[in-house]
Design a protein around this ligand. Structure first.
Ligand code: COI
Length: 358
């Protein structure tokens, strides 16, 4: 399907301070939109970034059929715009779509859309290493109806934001023993808006205790570590890198997957295994808890400075001593900037703007 393009007649680019980028508050000039109706995806289009009109009965506003992706484009040191493993995001969107009973979006069209959109707005990609153009593909239910059933109409859209780091300093994590993020059979593995909305109150309560994020435990026994909601979690205990295995309560993070592949190919000892909070406490008490860090597209690698559990506060070594996390971050940032050789073939050059313009 050809994507039609209507270019913006005025750009906001000159207003952006690329040295001071907040996360997710600045939006570039264009967006991609495609509607689903009558059982199929309609004409895909790139248009100037703009608001949507919404009917008050739009189903997403009532029953929350909303899924999204988070991915990044960056510039190599010689100025070439690049994506990082974009096909994994196209695939994962459809994993989420199936779980939330939404139509799949054709993966080829997803990839064509990001190439053309980011090609058109490539001047919005921040040049500094560690900054990027964050890409937010999203799908919402648009049928105007308040009965509880899957919508028959949807809007898929993609917009982009130049961003700096999501966390500007190491995070303090709280292992909660009352609230849960995901239960077996639920939606934890999907990038589903409701997974995020449900964590806002517990996260706020954790912040009141002096923490930045929750490190979620399983919903049955509050024993097994899951993930942090904005990122997957990894530990280094006694020289070994550990992370919980994928399950229906854990998002299949692209950064998690990449970090594991990088570590294994560099000869690190890595294990995907169920990790109990008790094991982490024991490792802390016997001095073998060397690192804990979150990995995610927005966060890249965020070191934990402390983990709170019940009455115990486990203080971790300073970020400068958390070498494995720092190595993963340097490798992923380096792949994105072209400093590190891409022996895995993960970096994909952004295609040029298409000739079809309306
Ligand atoms: C991402 O890492 O891209 C996320 O979606 C996490 C968060 C910003 C919601």
């Amino acid at each position: 399907m050809n994507i039609s393009i209507t270019k913006s007649t005025s750009s906001n680019l000159s207003k952006v301070d690329f040295d001071n980028l907040p996360f997710g508050r600045i939006f570039s000039d264009h967006m991609f939109v495609c509607d689903y109706a009558d059982g199929s995806w309609q004409q895909p289009r790139i248009i100037p970034f703009q608001n949507f009109d919404m009917h008050p009965a739009s189903m997403v506003l009532h029953y929350g059929q909303a899924i999204f992706e988070g991915m990044k484009a960056s510039k190599s040191l010689d100025g070439r715009p690049m994506f990082f493993r974009p096909e994994l995001h196209a695939e994962r969107l459809n994993i989420s779509a199936r779980r939330i009973c939404m139509p799949e979006f054709p993966e080829e069209l997803f990839l064509d859309a990001i190439h053309q959109l980011v090609g058109l707005d490539s001047a919005w990609i921040p040049p500094k290493e560690g900054s990027a153009l964050y890409i937010r593909p999203t799908m919402v239910a648009t049928d105007e109806f308040i009965g509880v059933k899957p919508s028959s109409r949807y809007r898929f859209f993609i917009f982009t934001c130049p961003v700096g780091p999501y966390y500007s300093k190491p995070v303090r994590l709280w292992a909660d023993t009352h609230y849960i993020r995901a239960a077996e059979g639920g939606t934890g593995f999907a990038k589903y808006a409701g997974n995020y909305g449900a964590t806002l109150l517990p996260a706020q309560l954790a912040m009141e205790k002096g923490y930045d994020q929750i490190m979620w435990l399983d919903a049955k026994e509050f024993k097994y570590i899951q993930e942090c909601g904005t990122m997957n979690i990894m530990f280094v205990i006694d020289g070994k890198v550990l992370t919980p295995p994928l399950y229906d309560t854990i998002l299949d993070g692209v950064t998690r997957k990449s970090a594991l592949e990088i570590l294994r190919s560099e000869g690190y000892e890595v294990e995907e295994k169920r990790i109990t909070i008790g094991e982490v406490v024991t490792a802390y008490e016997n001095g073998t808890l060397q690192e804990a860090f979150g990995v995610g597209t927005a966060a890249v690698v965020s070191h934990a400075s402390a983990i709170g559990y019940k009455d115990l506060v486990m203080e971790l070594p300073p970020a400068s001593e958390q070498k494995v996390g720092a190595f993963i971050k340097a490798t992923i940032d380096g792949l994105r900037s072209g400093k590190v050789e891409d022996k895995w073939g993960w970096v994909v050059p952004v295609g040029q703007e298409a000739a079809v313009a309306v």
